[in-house]
Each structure stands twice: as structure tokens, then as C-alpha cells.
Design a protein around this ligand. Structure first.
Ligand SMILES: [Zn+2]
Ligand SMILES: [Zn+2]
Length: 404
């Protein structure tokens, strides 16, 4: 691996930062202390910044030379509302809150890059360090955009990185095009007419209608979309009734839809509504249909992905780069950035969990697991990758021999 020596030497400080953040997790839009830590480090290292984008977001600014070119490097900062079961020294001190997605590590890796870029300045242009709040369901990326991220900090491209358990430790990867799915939720209420369960003919049974809607929806995935497109329609809750001898007034269907394109999503939403309304109407019932689009599909741009893959190969070697990462139906709000700017979202392998030398709880080291922990060995790898990426995107015109 072509890691950067001063970053390797900085590893213990980065690990300290990462473990401090891990011990003090904060949820969506509450990342005040986390932002304080980020800003304190940026201040210490002489890096100007602006606070308050997307409420708790921070953007650090490192300029060098005269070029107008600029890139954004993004780390998310928020934790999850869940109880950590790890017992190591840096386990969460906040009950019911945990860094179970590794955003503590993402923040520390970007700080590691910031420290090096500010000191060594082997680039010509501007690097924007985007510390984003509220990735876990809060759409912090969208809120930073609304607060003028790309107007105030005009950048040619933006890159993000997420650790990925199960991928080899330090392996890097991405794929062109859709890499993560759109995330959407539906809440549908069938309004029938309650009756005595022994006299069903005097009511309109919403349960039978809900069951028919549930079955009909599955034909959207199998009969309405191309077999080559991907979509998931999962009904995750059905609620109705409260007694064995009562037909209730209504029944609720709740769940999630995932797709890789907006076109397929438009079709799925349209067909779900048409089937629900048509089936309900056929039984003289009403339907209330709510469909919420949370995160759009994450679509990596071809040119920036090829560029990032080239940098990955130069840092960790070809055998440690997966240029065709298998897309996942999980969602990620970095997708909002990629709707506005070219860029690429990158996975960095968190390994198989053997970075935890005892003291951890049960279960694998997968994301959102109560015994998860970010792998600190990634800190110099991720930080070195960020630096190489910035230096390659913003090359100095007249590089003097020996200064690189
Ligand atoms: Zn997560
Ligand atoms: Zn995450």
C-alpha cells in the first residue's frame, strides 16, 4: 500500500479522535459536540471553516495556489438511536446512542486528510471538507444543499466514503452508475365499515381488501417492470382489528420501496396507488394513500468513478480494488449531492471484524449491529486515499522535482 508516511505517524492521534467520537455519539442534527471537536481540530491546524450548514454541518476550506478548481470530500457525523453492547473503553457513554455505522471513523479519516493537506499543500485549487450531519434518516445532505453548500463552496465534484464490513480490511471499491437504492415508504389505510364478525354482510371488511391489495402489489415487481430493472416492495406492517368478533373499520399497510432509478420508482408508486384505489373501489371501500420519497438512488458518475478507481489502485494496489462493487438496496443521502454535482461514493472494507481484540459483544461486526466498531486500521488508509485523490484532482501545474 502507498500510504502517506506523515499520516501513518499521525495514526495514534486519529485513533484518539475516532474513539473519543465513538464514546460520545450524537443523533441527527444534534451533532454539536462532534462539530465542536471537528472545528477545534481545524482551528488547531489553521484551517478556516464555516459552521451551521444543515444546522450542525461544518465545511473546512483549504486553498492553495491560484487554480479555480475545487473538490469536496464528505464525511458524515451522526450516530444511531440504539444501545451499544460493547464493553471496551471507548464504548458509548450516551445510553441509547451508538456509532454503529462508523461515521466516527469517516469523520476521523477526513480530519486525517485535512491535517496533511493543510501542512503539505501539494495541490493547486481548493479542497472543501464537508462534515455532514444527519445521514441516518435525516437527509442532512439535502439540508446542507438547501443552506447553499454548492453556491457558497463551488466545487467541480464531490466524493464520499463509507466503511463496508465484510469487504477485506482496506480494500477500496465503487461502481459506475447506481450503487445504492432509493429509499421510500408508504402508509396506506383502507377504510371499510365495521360490523359484528358474525354478520360480515352488514359491513365492508377492510382486512380482505388489504390482503388483496398486498397480493396485487407483488405483481408490480414481477409483471410491470422490466426483469432487468431492480425493485423491492416490502410490506413490513399490517395493522387491523382488536377483537376476535369485530370486523374493524379500517386496515393499514406500511412498508418500503427500493429502486435504482427514478423511472422505476415513478412506475411503482403509480401502480401501487392505482391498484389500491381500484381494488378498494371494487369493494365499495375508500383508500388513503401516502407515499414518501426519502432518499433518491445513489448514482455514481462515470468519469469521476473511473478517476477515483485509478487513485484507489495507486494507493492500495490493483488487487485491493473492486471496480465493480455489487450495488446494495440500502440507501445513503450522499445521493442528494450526486444529483447536484458529479462525483463518486466509495466503499472501504472494514474487514471481517477481527480488528476487535476481545471485549466486544455477540454478533458479527456488520453495520447497525449493537457490537459493531469501526476498524481503526482504516484511518491511515482512508486519509491517505483522500489526500491522493485531492492531489490528483487538483494537480500542481509546475511540480518541482523532489517536492511531491
Ligand atoms: Zn447507517
Ligand atoms: Zn452510514
Amino acid at each position: 500500500m502507498k500510504l502517506i508516511d506523515p499520516i501513518i505517524a499521525f495514526q495514534s492521534e486519529l485513533q484518539q479522535i475516532r474513539r473519543d467520537l465513538h464514546a460520545h455519539p450524537e443523533l441527527c442534527y444534534e451533532e454539536e459536540r462532534t462539530a465542536d471537536v471537528v472545528c477545534a481540530k481545524l482551528t488547531e491546524w489553521g484551517i478556516p471553516f464555516e459552521r451551521g450548514l444543515g444546522k450542525t454541518g461544518v465545511v473546512g476550506i483549504i486553498r492553495n495556489g491560484t487554480s479555480e478548481r475545487a473538490i469536496g470530500l464528505r464525511a458524515d457525523m451522526d450516530a444511531l438511536p440504539m444501545q451499544e453492547i460493547n464493553t471496551f473503553a471507548h464504548a458509548s457513554k450516551h445510553p441509547g446512542k451508538m456509532h454503529a455505522c462508523g461515521h466516527d471513523g469517516h469523520t476521523a479519516m477526513l480530519l486525517g486528510a485535512a491535517h496533511h493537506l493543510a501542512r503539505h499543500r501539494n495541490f493547486d485549487g481548493t479542497v472543501y471538507l464537508v462534515f455532514q450531519p444527519a445521514e441516518e434518516g435525516g437527509a442532512g445532505a439535502r439540508e446542507m444543499i438547501k443552506d447553499g453548500l454548492f453556491e457558497r463552496f463551488p466545487m467541480d465534484a464531490i466524493y464520499g466514503m463509507h466503511n463496508w464490513p465484510g469487504m477485506a480490511q482496506g480494500e477500496l471499491g465503487a461502481c459506475e452508475g447506481p450503487m445504492m437504492a432509493s429509499s421510500n415508504e408508504f402508509h396506506v389505510t383502507v377504510r371499510g365499515k365495521g360490523a359484528h364478525a358474525a354478520q360480515p354482510h352488514k359491513g365492508i371488511d377492510p382486512i380482505m381488501i388489504a390482503v388483496q391489495i398486498a397480493q396485487a402489489w407483488q405483481t408490480i415487481v414481477t409483471r410491470n417492470k422490466s426483469p432487468l430493472d431492480t425493485a423491492v416492495l416490502s410490506i413490513t406492517q399490517i395493522h387491523a382489528g382488536s377483537a376476535t368478533n369485530v370486523i374493524p373499520d379500517d386496515a393499514k399497510l406500511v412498508g418500503t420501496v427500493r429502486t435504482f432509478t427514478t423511472e422505476v420508482l415513478d412506475m411503482v408508486e403509480r401502480r401501487m396507488q392505482a391498484l389500491a384505489q381500484g381494488i378498494a373501489a371494487a369493494f365499495d371501500a375508500q383508500v388513503e394513500f401516502t407515499f414518501r420519497r426519502n432518499y433518491p438512488p445513489l448514482v455514481n458518475h462515470a468519469k469521476e468513478t473511473r478517476f477515483a478507481l485509478g487513485v484507489m489502485q495507486s494507493v492500495v494496489g490493483e488487487s485491493m480494488v473492486d471496480a465493480n462493487v455489487e450495488p446494495t438496496m440500502g440507501a445513503e443521502d450522499f445521493a442528494f449531492f450526486l444529483q447536484e454535482k458529479p462525483g463518486c461514493y466509495i466503499f472501504i472494507g472494514n474487514g471481517e471484524g477481527d480488528h476487535r481484540d476481545g471485549g466486544h459483544g455477540l454478533g458479527p461486526c456488520v453495520l447497525h449491529n449493537a457490537s459493531y466498531d469501526f476498524n481503526d486500521r482504516l484511518l491511515p488508509i482512508g486519509a491517505s486515499f483522500w489526500v491522493h485523490l485531492a492531489e490528483a484532482a487538483l494537480p500542481q501545474a509546475l511540480r518541482q522535482p523532489g517536492t511531491a
